[in-house]
Design a protein around this ligand. Structure first.
Ligand code: CAO
Length: 439
């Protein structure tokens, strides 16, 4: 065994070539011709092979370094029998080479593996997704340049791919398998997502401590699929506001004895539903769905509001129909009935379809704001948080007012920011002064 230096061989007409991968760490055992580093020029990626078998002692390059012929790459404790025909070993006595100054430049045991990038006009900068494939020193995946190129073109992060080739080398089939897995996830509507979005890494959490695997409820699986689809397809904007509902609350309290007599629970939410129905008439684009081809807006002349209900098995969104045509008492009764049916798992298919806009209220629980996800293919959803008494400046003094936090999420392909803000302002005005409902 002898310590030898490994230098960058002649790689052709390239200068200052970036190192995109360092495949070795000190202490690694390598065989002659194993890849040590990968370089990437504007036209090619190249793996630089080891001229010796042995143990790596020092790694002298790192990711994103630029290298030239003759630069030191590593030091290796090389096995005696390894011969590097033209590589000059640091401890070797200057024998023949010293006597032959006209000798050819040093050559590695094997020429670097070079792979042309297929598009000759490719820009000097690597493709946008290249960084995800780059690994720091000591990265353990091995793959040929063609497989790296294949993965890079498809946006697959090789760090997440298990190699099935010799010594765990990643082959093209492994990359194809990784893509297939993601696509299957999309087809099943699972956590895996489409649009080239890489899946989250699979981690064995038991290596960090005790775990327990619990199956998701059927409702959670269904709502999860629907939420992922909406989140991925709809460019969301969320507009926040705080609405003065002091007078509304006084009115609600004044109605409470009548409601209780009728066996009805009247919460602030029914007033929100009523005000929403009124404002949706004024903003028909918000009571609509984008046609699947994205060319037209389907405006609905009926106002059916989906109300998110928290049940022991997960979130469901039953629909309260024709809200604009119903009074506060009728709406309260209906909301009570439909949320009871939801919690008892007794909703019918009809209860769950036909919504035109949705509301999600966490006001009975707490929190100052949250961003609801649009219940696609609807266009908007209103999030309602818990009202609280706050000091509000009335122009001459601070006065205590009951403020209700609202968050309106909408599909930005349909609703412009100004329209969203106008909708919110109109809704806010209506809730602050319920006389608006008569106009
Ligand atoms: N501010 C202050 N208090 C509020 C309030 C608000 N915005 N909204 C409700 N409250 C009060 C109610 O008045 C009631 O108090 P009283 O009993 O003293 O009158 C209490 O909070 C509980 O109300 P509630 O939650 O039972 O009734 P609701 O009409 O407000 O809501 C329902 C009904 C079905 C929407 C609700 O029970 C529910 O399931 N909410 C969760 C929805 C959800 O999970 N959304 C998240 C979806 S995204 O994951």
């Amino acid at each position: 065994m002898a310590i030898k230096s490994i230098t960058l061989p002649d790689i052709g007409n390239y200068e200052n070539t970036p190192v995109i991968e360092v495949l070795i760490s000190p202490g690694d055992r390598v065989e002659k011709e194993d890849s040590l580093i990968t370089l990437e020029s504007d036209k090619a990626t190249m793996e630089i092979p080891s001229p010796y078998s042995g143990e790596i002692k020092k790694v002298l390059v790192k990711m994103d370094d630029t290298v030239n012929q003759g630069d030191l790459i590593a030091e290796i404790d090389a096995e005696e029998e390894s011969e590097a025909p033209a590589e000059k070993a640091s401890e070797e006595a200057p024998t023949q080479e010293a006597e032959e100054p006209q000798a050819e430049p040093e050559k590695p045991a094997q020429a670097p593996v070079e792979e042309k990038v297929s598009e000759p006009a490719a820009p000097a900068a690597p493709p946008a997704q290249a960084p995800v494939n780059r690994q720091g020193a000591g990265a353990k995946f091995h793959a040929s340049p063609s497989v790296r190129l294949f993965a890079r073109k498809l946006g697959v992060d090789l760090a997440n791919v298990t190699g099935s080739g010799p010594k765990g080398r990643i082959v093209q089939e492994d990359v194809e398998g990784a893509i297939k897995k993601v696509m299957e996830g999309v087809a099943k509507g699972g956590a895996a997502t489409g649009a080239g979005i890489p899946p989250l890494p699979e981690i064995d959490f038991s290596q960090f401590g005790e775990i327990e695997e619990r199956p998701l409820s059927r409702i959670k699986k269904l709502s999860g699929r629907h939420l992922s689809t909406a989140w991925l397809n709809i460019p969301h904007v969320t507009q926040f506001d705080e609405t003065d509902i002091t007078e509304l609350e006084a009115f609600r309290k004044s109605l409470k004895p009548r409601a209780e007599k009728a066996g009805i629970k009247m919460t602030p939410l029914v007033f929100v539903l009523k005000a929403l129905a009124h404002v949706l008439r004024e903003f028909p684009n918000m009571n609509a769905s984008l046609a699947p081809d994205g060319e037209n807006l389907i405006v609905k002349k009926y106002i059916n509001l989906g109300v998110a209900v928290d049940t022991p098995n997960g979130l469901v969104v039953p629909v309260v129909r024709d809200v604009d045509q119903k009074g506060i008492f009728e709406l309260s009764e209906e909301l009570m009935a439909i949320s009871a049916r939801a919690r008892d798992g007794k909703l019918t298919g009809e209860d769950l379809t036909g919504g035109t806009f949705s509301v999600s209220s966490l006001g009975g629980i707490g929190g100052t704001q949250f961003t609801p996800i649009v219940n696609g293919p609807e266009v908007g959803i209103l999030g309602v948080s818990k009202a609280s008494m706050q000091p509000v400046w009335n122009g001459s003094e601070f006065v205590p007012r009951l403020m209700l936090p609202l968050a309106l999420s909408y599909d930005h392909r349909v609703i412009d920011g100004a329209e969203g803000a106008r909708f919110m302002t109109t809704l806010s005005r209506t809730l602050t002064d319920l006389r608006e409902l008569m106009l």
